[in-house]
Structure formats: structure tokens, C-alpha cells
Write a protein that binds this ligand. Sequence first.
Ligand SMILES: Nc1nc2c(ncn2[C@@H]2O[C@H](COP(=O)(O)OP(=O)(O)O)[C@@H](O)[C@H]2O)c(=O)[nH]1
Ligand SMILES: [Mg+2]
Ligand SMILES: [Zn+2]
Length: 362
Amino acid sequence: MINSNAEFLSHFGWNGFFESQVLTMSSKNLVVARVVNEEKNLYRLQFDFDKSVWSAVTGKMQFEAVRRSDFPAVGDWVLAEIPPGSERAVVRFIFNRQSSLQRKKVGEVSEVQILATNVDYVFITTSINSDLNYGRLDRYLTFAWDSGSTPVILLTKADLSADVEVIISQVKERFHGVNIHALSKDNFESVEFLKDYMKPGKTSVLVGSSGVGKSTIANFLIGEEIIKTLEVRESDDKGRHTTTSRALYESIYGGLIIDTPGMRELQFADHEAGLAEQFGDIEELISKCHFSNCQHEAEKGCAVIPSLENGELLPERWKNFNKIAKEVRHAMRKQHKWILAQDRKIWKKRSIESRQKYKGWQ
Ligand SMILES: Nc1nc2c(ncn2[C@@H]2O[C@H](COP(=O)(O)OP(=O)(O)O)[C@@H](O)[C@H]2O)c(=O)[nH]1
Ligand SMILES: [Mg+2]
Ligand SMILES: [Zn+2]
């Protein structure tokens, strides 16, 4: 059976979801490990409390991979061959993911970038002063819900605002059903909510713009100044990118924390599920419009217009929904075309191969 320390596994988030996948495969001589860092096609695998090793993927995995999701990502559980005493391991198998936080890769037509997998909580981090923007929170929430994990809004730098309580209640009012907390670097130790999320076996990821204080929180949770943080330019409150790679660390409370570089752009791919979760009420409203092609402008029997008029639906939220929905639809059309083209390439390759084989027989 698999050679791993059960205490390490449960501490690092291993559970029945992954365990059930082991039963269906032969796993002799392979070690269960979690990907804790990713650097240029190499993956750091942790396979015990104090054991980790850099690893590549097998040639077979490389060859068969079609999409980004076929490669390991930070947070993944994998089966690896770790030759004793060797500096380099090989990933043989990636366990199905319980959750996957991804965005469209900047500049690519349809490829996604995986930010973290097997995450329980997505900490959407925004500073309570100038960074706070409801439109951006709508985007981040869509993206976080889509991953299959639970979003939590963290309002950072509470020390810079005199109206923390008022702002929290406004944000709560606008984003029902999402936990919202304020914190600042002088009160990390006294806030109880961090302990609640950072229970052993639970994984959280920090996302948000550059300079909002993600790495400062991560360093506190790790208990050491491991990650570089940067001075924020006073003039515009914008930080420069300091965190360059994603990495998973064990926290002082036992749970796992992943820090990510700030995101300048958060583009959507097939985030339909996230859209439905974040704007389910609006999608339901639209389904009640009399005409299925209703433009919600002046049509008779439109369900959206009266809701906007009586204030139940905020115009700004309706605008955000339309913008995000348009982006998701557009990305899905493109992705669909890309998948078809990709499939055609594979078929072409296979048919050439089989023709060559057939020739050989004659
Ligand atoms: N005033 C104040 N500054 C903070 C707080 N947290 C972080 N900062 C500062 O904000 C800057 C950016 O922090 P950093 O953690 O690197 O942000 P990141 O880019 O989101 O990782 C650093 O200069 C931090 O010292 C806070 O609670 N209050
Ligand atoms: Mg950082
Ligand atoms: Zn309508």
C-alpha cells in the first residue's frame, strides 16, 4: 500500500474524496504527496511533515496532456515516484480535484490558469480604503464560487479607516450570504475568525489586487516573514508585485494557506457555475420574462424592469451581472471552438498514425 504518514495526510487536507480514488488504481511503490509550489514546469511535493522534493511530470503525462488542467497545480494531491535519496521525483497521477480556482490566462485565447486547487476557503482580500470596489467584489465572488470553494471577504488595513463598522455593514448588506471580516496587521492575533478558517486539514487561498496585504496576512499565519511584502506607494495606495509564485504553507493554527501574486486582470473562462451562484436571483428573474429573447428594455412582461424600478434589483448590480455574463458567454463560445479545433488536431494525428500503420501491414 501507499507509503505515507496518515497523520501528515489528514493534517494537509487528505480526505475520503481522495481516498476513494486510490482504491481504483494500483499504487504500489507510489507515494501520496501534495503540490506545495510550482515553478516553471517543476512541482514541489510535500509527502511528510518535514519531507518535500522537486518533481517533474512523466513524459506520458506531458504527451497526453491537452489542457492546463491535465498538469499539476498548487494544492493538488498526486501519486509520485520518489526514488530514495533522489533529488528529483516524478508525478504519475493527479487525483481528481475537489475544487479548482481558475481564471482565463492573460493573453491566451482559451487556456486557463489554475491558481489553486483543493481549497476550502477563498479569501477575497481588499483594503478597506481605496481598493474597496463592489464591481470588483462581484467579479471575485463569481470566480470564487465557480471554484467549488467558499468565498470569504477580508477587508484589510482596518487601521486606515475610521468607519470600519459602517463599511462592514454596508458590504454585508450588498453581499448576503458571504462572511465578511475586517482586520489589520496590528490585530491579527486577536481576531478569532482566522482560527476558525485555519483548522488543520483546511486549505485557504488569498486572492486580490497587489498591495492589499495578502502576503502580510500569509506571513502572520505562517509565523515567519517568509514572503516578501512591499512598501505601498503612498500617493495611490497601489503596491508593486512582490509575490511571484504561488505556494502553500502550513499555518500556526494548523490549516494550510496559499498566497498568490496580485491579479491585475481577472478574466473569465467557463465560469457559468460561478455566475449562477453569484447572480442566481437575477437569472431567475430573467427566466420569468414573458419573451425568452427579452432585452429587458421596454418589453411587455419583462420581469427585470419592475424589479429595477421598485429598487429590489440595484442598477449597479444589474450592470455588473450583464458585463460578467457577456464575458462568460464570449469566453465559452471561444473555448468551444478551441476544443473542437484541438479535437480535430488529435483526430488528424491519429488518422495519420493509423494510415502509416496500415501501410506497414501491406
Ligand atoms: N496600514 C496597514 N498597512 C498594511 C496592513 N497590512 C499590510 N500593510 C502594508 O501594505 C503593503 C503591501 O502588503 P503586502 O502584504 O505585500 O500586499 P500584497 O501585495 O497583497 O501581498 C506593505 O507595505 C504592508 O506593510 C495593515 O493592516 N495596515
Ligand atoms: Mg504579496
Ligand atoms: Zn426582461
